[in-house]
Design a binder for this molecule. Structure first.
Ligand code: ATP
Length: 513
């Protein structure tokens, strides 16, 4: 645990030191759970967004993208259920005065049971070596069975009390499990209360004529209210999807995990409209396709797992999360939800407009069912950034900090470095930059010894360093150094573009999905 905490602290300080993420309004001591992306962060975020957009929109003939406004007619949020049901159960610890989400306290408890079971499995695997049969062990070992049974029981009980809005039972469960406040260690809890997460604001100049609005808590509703516009003008046929990226706002009760849980964040969502009755087939399809998208970026597979929901939202008939192994453990990175026809039907009812599709194949109109894929761009950023940040011990026993971002996402693709600041080398380096800058983000650095400059680019996540030396003047060759392997090769200036392109071009990465 301590190790993980240290790792997380390092991630946060590295993100600041290298211009990725700053606390918002830092000169005024910051604003809680709001962050700004710096010069490198903005690029990384843009690249992740683009990688998602291309995979969704460009790569699918039947998916189109829109950009809806953040402000929406307030009835939208009545129809979607957010006014009445977008609540989190909150609980306060009377001694530490800290506020928690009751469901998260219970989920963390369940995760501890999970970890205990996994520890037993690991121990046994070590003991039995090659002869270890994990499936058999998990289904027969008394301890493991007990941990898993308890975990499932706890999560089921929570799901059913939340479903029934029995908040007293949620509190009782916390007491029965003897869950203590992580800050004070005290078990002195208040009652559990519901708290609406939407931010309100006003539209209009005078008090009498102004209208109460909400900042959208999800981008999805901008897609639903435009269903007919897009379907008709795009002549879309079922099954088809509408994608969108954009800001969303939630007044989160507990926002203590850096950019994992923010009050202003960005979502990348796609709503896929299907024939009623075919939703589970498409739900499984999108689960698989989304996981493949993540895996195409090349981080180890063990970082991802599915978590199927016991507690379904009011609109869903199936739901799963893709969880990622963040520095603080496995947590939700993306949700894949089968939302039924709940949203379109609700908007039909509240607006009085038909939101249907005439399906020539079956010769009838219906309200389509919806599969949603919803991922937080900031969470994706944190996943990639934290897993890429590594400390390596080199052959000579020295250490280097390297940010092994997938090259396709790296903010700067290459640094061009004249070995010395004289003898015409800077001029050659500048000329190389002038040729590369039309295709890639490149940077110039002439300060400090070459080894230090390499380290600086490693830590910033730059996949290539191109060094210009005296020999370059004779033979038009430079040294290209690869960030991950630290291998260096001598190549002609003419070939630099092709070499960089091979590793960073989005099209070759997209082909891996
Ligand atoms: P959680 O249970 O973590 O609060 P959620 O289930 O409410 O998340 P959804 O409503 O399904 O999340 O939102 C879809 C995605 O949006 C999430 O998978 C997550 O990546 C992202 N997201 C949600 N809330 C936040 C937030 N406060 N900060 C950053 N990203 C968020």
């Amino acid at each position: 645990m301590k190790n993980n905490e240290d790792k997380f602290k390092k991630v946060i300080s590295h993100a600041k030191e290298y211009g990725y993420i700053f606390q918002s309004s830092e000169i005024y001591d910051g604003l809680n759970a709001v962050y700004d992306y710096g010069q490198n962060g903005a690029e990384l975020k843009k690249n992740i967004r683009e990688y998602w957009w291309k995979a969704m929109v460009q790569m699918h003939e039947n998916i189109v993208g829109i950009d809806a406004a953040i402000f929406m007619h307030p009835t939208t949020w009545k129809a979607s259920g957010h006014v009445d049901a977008f609540n989190d159960p909150l609980i306060d610890n009377k001694d530490s005065k800290k506020r928690y989400r009751a469901d998260v306290l219970i989920e963390d408890y369940a995760e501890k049971l999970n970890l205990k079971a996994q520890k037993e499995i690991k121990k046994a695997a070590k003991r039995f070596g090659d002869a270890f049969n994990e499936e058999e062990f998990v289904s027969t070992n008394a301890k493991v069975l007990r941990y898993y049974a308890k975990r499932d029981e706890v999560l089921k009980r929570m799901a059913s009390s939340l479903e029934a809005e029995d908040l007293a039972d949620v509190k009782k469960l916390i007491e029965e499990l003897e869950i203590a406040c992580p800050v004070s260690g005290s078990k002195n809890w208040t009652d559990v209360k519901q708290f609406n997460l939407m931010f309100g604001t006003k539209l209009g100049a005078t008090a009498e004529s102004s209208m109460d609005l909400y900042l959208r808590p999800e981008t999805a509703q901008g897609i639903f209210v435009n269903f007919s516009n897009v379907q008709k003008t795009g002549r879309m046929k079922i099954p088809f999807g509408i994608a969108q990226t954009g800001k969303a706002f939630r007044n989160e009760i507990v926002a203590r995990q850096f950019i994992f849980r923010m009050r202003e964040f960005e979502q990348m969502e796609m709503q896929f409209f299907v024939r009623p009755g075919e939703e589970i087939k498409w739900y499984n399809h999108w689960k698989e396709e989304r996981l493949n998208w993540h895996l195409s970026l090349g981080l180890p597979k063990e970082n991802y797992r599915f978590h199927d929901h016991d507690k379904l939202a009011h609109y869903a008939n199936a739901a799963a999360d893709i969880e990622f192994n963040f520095p603080f453990g496995f947590k939700e990175l993306e949700g894949i939800h089968s939302r039924t026809d709940f949203d379109l039907k609700a908007h039909e009812e509240f607006s009085g407009k038909k939101l249907q599709f005439f399906d020539h194949e079956v010769n009838k109109s219906y309200v389509p069912y919806v599969i949603e894929t919803s991922i937080g761009l900031d969470r994706m950023f944190l996943a990639i950034f934290s897993a890429s940040l590594q400390k390596e011990t080199l052959e000579d026993n020295s250490e280097r900090i390297v940010l092994k971002l997938p090259a396709v996402l790296a903010p700067t693709k290459a640094a061009v470095l004249p070995l010395v600041k004289k003898d015409g080398l800077p001029e050659i380096a500048r000329k190389i930059i002038d040729e590369l800058k039309y295709d890639f983000n490149v940077t110039y650095d002439e300060k400090d010894a070459i080894g230090r400059r390499y380290r600086r680019q490693d830590a910033a996540g730059t996949p290539f360093c191109i060094t210009v030396d005296h020999q370059t003047k004779e033979d038009q060759m430079v040294t290209i150094r690869h960030r991950d392997s630290m291998k260096q090769e001598r190549v002609s200036i003419e070939r630099i573009k092709e070499i960089i392109n091979r590793e960073v071009s989005m099209s070759s990465w997209l082909q891996k999905i």
